[in-house]
Design a protein around this ligand. Structure first.
Ligand SMILES: N[C@@H](CCC(=O)N[C@@H](CS)C(=O)NCC(=O)O)C(=O)O
Length: 341
């Protein structure tokens, strides 16, 4: 009698294990079949995802998809970018129009639980801020009573504005736009006193201004905006690939692996953590459905997290955003990836 339940459990566990790969490989197999992954990005936000005149995309969110393409399909060029407004982005993921959403998207409980998607992790710790016309003479968000506020529809931004003004007993008029370019243009033209979005978005838009000195970014950060890539719920294998690509880039920075030295470290490093991540030891790619060079390819394609950040958002970019909380946990920030072992 006592044996029956355990036999039953073993049978169920066996079923679960054998059933897993078929479900898990859906997105990966489809991507292999078409020869590229489909990556949802913003419609144009300097530093994050921006097309040039020839339609070539670049930026922090773009590089992340290139890394996934390199890990999963063997080449950073095996990706097509689909620009999406904030409003469209979740439907695009649900409907299968994209395989991964890499578009300054905030991880929240309702998005995670109600929209049929999963967040792979946090690629950028952000928070919402305000930009104002200097001429209105406001130095603090607490002085914004009665302000007209321009922002984007379908974002956490509009919800946070409502919370902030309500909790401070202040009145406001919100004007939202589906395209963030339209929202920002309306602010620049003076239709609004304030433009509000993620602080990274404020930095990104600021470089587009003809007269940056006429604008002020207020000191208050009114929310937590943990931004990260999202995948469709129900394809855990694919979500794992996306999640561990992100972790691989972060761990690579911690381990001193760069685009330039990755191949040499794979051949010569004696550090067990480096060897495991780069596939010179063990077989970590196997359970991701990938080969042993998956992380090596991702790192060679775009560099480690720090390289991706500096090139697109940091000192090597026009945005000049400091790492701050986005520095590694070992360097005073909160960026922390689980170990690859
Ligand atoms: N992180 C927030 C806001 C994201 C968002 O859409 N921000 C705007 C303003 S920076 C944007 O990315 N616009 C670019 C675009 O619409 O293409 C969210 O997930 O709701």
């Amino acid at each position: 009698m006592r044996r029956l339940p355990s036999l039953f459990l073993i049978a169920v566990a066996g079923l679960a294990v054998t059933a897993m790969p078929a479900v898990a490989q859906k997105t990966l197999e489809a991507a292999k079949g078409r020869g590229h992954i489909l990556c949802g990005v913003s419609q144009g936000l300097p530093g994050f995802s921006n097309p040039d005149a020839k339609g070539n995309w670049s930026g922090f969110d773009v590089d992340f998809c290139k890394a996934v393409a390199a890990a999963a399909l063997g080449g950073a060029d095996k990706v097509r970018f689909q620009p999406l407004s904030a409003k469209e982005r979740f439907t695009a993921l649900q409907s299968g129009e994209i395989d991964v959403l890499s578009r300054n998207t905030t991880w929240t409980l309702s998005r995670d639980t109600a929209l049929g998607l999963d967040f792979a992790g946090i690629s950028y710790h952000d928070g919402q801020g305000f930009m104002v016309h200097k001429k209105i003479g406001v130095k603090s968000a607490k002085d914004l009573n009665g302000a007209t506020v321009c922002s984007n529809a379908g974002t956490t931004t509009e919800l946070n504005v409502a919370d902030y003004f309500r909790s401070h007993g202040m009145k406001y008029k919100l004007v939202t736009f589906e395209k963030s370019d339209d929202a920002f243009a309306a602010y620049v033209k003076g239709r609004c006193d304030v433009y509000t979005t993620d602080q990274s978005g404020l930095y990104a838009q600021r470089i587009r201004l003809d007269d940056p000195d006429d604008h002020l970014i207020l000191p208050e950060i009114i929310s937590k905006e943990p931004l990260g890539p999202a995948t469709r719920q129900g394809d855990d294998g694919w979500s794992d690939i996306v999640r561990w690509t992100l972790f691989a880039l972060i761990n690579a920075e911690e381990l001193g692996i760069t685009a330039a030295n990755a191949a040499q470290l794979k051949a010569e490093s004696t550090n067990p953590e480096v060897r495991r991540l780069l596939g010179s030891e063990g077989d970590l790619g196997k359970n991701l459905g990938l080969d042993g060079d998956w992380a090596l390819r991702a790192i060679q394609a775009v560099g480690n997290y720090g390289e991706v950040f500096e090139r697109n958002l940091g000192s090597g970019s026009p945005l000049k955003i400091a790492r701050n909380v986005n520095a590694l946990w070992s360097k005073g920030g909160i960026l922390y990836a689980p170990p690859a072992r």
